[in-house]
Design a protein around this ligand. Structure first.
Ligand code: ADP
Ligand code: ADP
Ligand code: ZN
Length: 205
């Protein structure tokens, strides 16, 4: 699952996971868990994440290698927000076969509104938005009923601009890299969430 911050990668990966059973592997979620646990990886990563910069490739590649050794990864996974650089993609190609790359396209001017209104359920990690995807009952998760929610420290106006900049400079060149391998599926992400999910499911067939 490939695209700028706020494109809807996590939202869509959760839905595809619910439908297909394929586990979602989000490097952003793994890094936030390492930061919260205070591990060596978390300590190294935090300064980059706070600044909206990419975490160094070697840190990310080690995380992915460990994750793919876990039993639930043996029949395939859906990566969300990985790879983000050509060296990461090259390292990945040495460890497993990438079958599909789903590129969700959303214009920059929409990204800032998406990021600044994002919140997630603390109980089940469902993703919401103040205006675009509010909970059905105010203050209560649709999926698990929890009344606790999180907002990310890096989901602010300043950091999102550095993240977009990193995306355009370091990550977007990967689209043509994967296109040349014939596995890139481009999807318009500026539409209703359900329509995007059905396009992704068709692309995965
Ligand atoms: P978003 O959902 O907004 O795209 P993520 O949760 O995927 O954000 O990532 C949050 C931060 O974690 C990034 O700004 C970056 O610092 C770091 N990060 C996540 N995945 C990677 C990766 N594959 N390579 C380098 N840094 C990453
Ligand atoms: P990413 O993982 O690519 O950073 P998210 O899935 O976290 O993106 O989505 C970013 C924000 O945009 C969230 O608040 C989410 O609820 C909202 N969002 C996701 N998809 C859509 C969509 N198709 N239309 C409007 N808002 C969306
Ligand atoms: Zn929940």
């Amino acid at each position: 699952m490939f695209g700028p911050p706020g494109a809807g990668k996590g939202t869509q990966a959760q839905r595809i996971m619910d439908i297909t059973g394929m586990p979602q592997v989000s490097t952003g979620d793994m890094l936030r868990a390492s930061v919260a646990a205070g591990t060596e990886t978390g300590i190294k990563a935090k300064q980059f994440m706070d600044a909206g910069k990419l975490v160094p490739d070697d840190v990310i590649i080690d995380l992915i290698k460990d994750r793919l050794l876990q039993a639930d990864a043996s029949n395939g996974v859906m990566f969300d927000g990985f790879p983000r650089t050509i060296p990461q993609a090259e390292a990945l190609s040495q460890i497993c076969k990438v079958s599909h790359v789903i590129a969700i396209e959303v214009p920059d001017d929409i990204i800032v509104d998406r990021i600044c209104g994002r919140f997630t359920c603390s109980g089940c990690s469902s993703v919401y938005h103040d205006s675009f995807k509010p909970t059905m009952v105010s203050g209560e998760c649709d999926n698990c009923g929890s009344t606790n929610f999180n907002r990310r420290d890096d989901d602010n106006q300043t950091t999102v601009l550095s993240r977009l900049n990193a995306y355009h400079k370091q990550t977007s060149p990967l689209a043509s890299w994967y296109e040349s391998k014939g596995i890139l599926h481009t999807i318009d992400g500026d539409r209703a969430i359900d329509l995007i999910t059905s396009d992704i499911l068709s692309a995965l067939e």
